[in-house]
Design a protein around this ligand. Structure first.
Ligand code: NAP
Length: 297
C-alpha cells in the first residue's frame, strides 16, 4: 500500500527531492518555513500543510531536510512541531546533516510516541538532488528501512542501511571528511598547475579519468577553473558539518588532522565574508597565501 508522504524543508536539496517524489507519482504534502517556496509544488499537485504538526498529522512518512541541528529540533519539537502530529506507526526520515548525538535524542522522543525514526543524510550536491542520484546513508531499524526504501528510490541511487539510529549521521560525517580533504587536494593541484603554466581545462580532462579522478574534481574543479563560486553546498553549511566532525572526533578521541586544517582555512574565508560561496572556494584560501590566482571567469 502506498503511504502518504510529507516533505519539510524545500531548500536547495529539498526542492529537487520533493520534485522527484512527485515525478515518481507519490502522494505528496509539503511544508516550508518561507511559505512562498511551496507554491511551485502546489502547482505541480502537492498539498500544502499549515505547520510541521499539521503535516505529521496528515502523512504516514514525514521527510525532513532543513539546515542544522537546532533547525531539526525546532521542526520536530517546536510549538507546532512534528512531535505534536505524529502517533503510533508513523515514520520520520531526517535527511538533514545534524549531530548524531541529538539524532538519538530526537529519535527517542519520537519512539516514545510509538513512531519511528530513520536518520538518512544525503550526499551528491544540488545536482544529485535534482537528478535523483543522491547517496543516502540510513541509520535505524531494518524493518523501517525496508518500509522507506521504495520512496528513497525516487531520491537516490546508492541507498545503504549502515546501522542503528545515529549511524547514518556518523557515515555522513565520514563522507564530509573525504569531501573536504579531497577539495584541498583539488585546490592544491590546480594552483600547482597554474603556477606550472598548464592549461587548466586540459589538465583537468587529462587527470579526471584516471586514478586521481573524483566527484569533487569533475564537478567543483571545473567550476573553480572558471571562477564560478555559485554554491552547490555553501562554505557556511560545510563548516556546520566540519564542526560536527570535530565534536564527534573529540568525544571519541580520534585525531582528524586534515579536517581541522580545512576547517581553519574555511574559517579565514568566512571572516572575509565568503560564507555563502560554494565549498570549492576553498582554493581562495590558498590563493591568498601564495598571492597567485587560478583561471579566469
Ligand atoms: P538550504 O538551501 O539553505 O535550505 C534549508 C531549508 O531548511 C529551507 O527550506 C529552510 O527554510 C529550512 N529551514 C532552516 N532552518 C529552519 C527552521 N529553523 N525551521 C524551519 N525550516 C528551516 O539548505 P540545503 O542545501 O537544502 O541543505 C539542507 C540540508 O541538507 C542540510 O543539513 C545540509 O547540510 C544537507 N546537505 C546539503 C547538500 C548541498 O549540496 N546543498 C548536500 C548534502 C547535504 P526557509 O526556506 O524558510 O529558509
Amino acid at each position: 500500500m502506498k503511504e502518504k508522504i510529507g516533505f519539510i524543508g524545500l531548500g536547495i536539496m529539498g526542492r529537487g527531492m520533493a520534485h522527484n517524489l512527485l515525478k515518481a507519482g507519490h502522494d505528496l504534502m509539503v511544508w516550508n518555513r518561507t511559505a512562498s517556496k511551496m507554491d511551485e509544488f502546489v502547482a505541480a499537485g502537492a498539498a500544502p500543510a499549515d505547520s510541521p504538526a499539521d503535516l505529521a498529522r496528515r502523512c504516514d512518512l514525514i521527510l525532513i531536510c532543513v539546515s542544522d541541528t537546532p533547525d531539526v529540533e525546532a521542526v520536530v519539537l517546536g510549538d507546532s512541531g512534528v512531535i505534536h502530529g505524529i502517533d503510533v506507526g508513523k515514520l520520520v526520515v531526517d535527511h538533514s546533516t545534524i549531530s548524531p548525538h541529538m539524532t538519538r535524542t530526537l529519535a527517542a522522543k519520537v519512539n516514545a510516541k510509538g513512531a519511528f525514526w530513520l536518520d538518512a543524510p544525503i550526499s551528491g550536491g544540488s545536482e544529485g538532488a535534482a537528478k535523483g542520484t543522491l547517496s543516502i546513508m540510513v541509520g535505524g531499524d531494518a524493518e523501517q528501512f525496508d518500509r522507506a526504501k521504495p520512496y528513497l528510490d525516487a531520491l537516490g541511487k546508492t541507498i545503504t542501511h549502515v546501522g542503528g539510529q545515529g549511524a547514518g549521521q556518523m557515515a555522513k560525517l565520514v563522507n564530509q571528511i573525504l569531501v573536504v580533504i579531497n577539495m584541498l587536494a583539488v585546490s592544491e593541484a590546480l594552483l600547482f598547475a597554474e603556477a606550472g603554466g598548464l592549461d587548466l581545462e586540459k589538465t583537468l580532462n587529462a587527470v579526471a579519468g584516471g586514478a586521481a579522478g573524483s566527484w569533487m574534481l569533475s564537478n567543483r574543479g571545473t567550476q573553480a577553473i572558471v571562477r564560478d563560486w555559485r554554491p552547490g553546498f555553501t562554505i557556511d553549511l560545510q563548516q556546520k558539518d566540519l564542526r560536527l566532525v570535530l565534536d564527534a572526533a573529540d568525544q571519541m578521541g580520534v585525531p582528524v588532522i586534515g579536517t581541522s586544517l580545512v576547517f581553519n582555512m574555511y574559517r579565514t574565508l568566512q571572516e572575509q565574508g565568503l560564507g555563502s560561496e560554494g565549498n570549492h572556494a576553498l582554493i581562495k584560501a590558498l590563493e591568498k597565501m601564495t598571492g597567485r590566482t587560478i583561471g579566469s571567469s
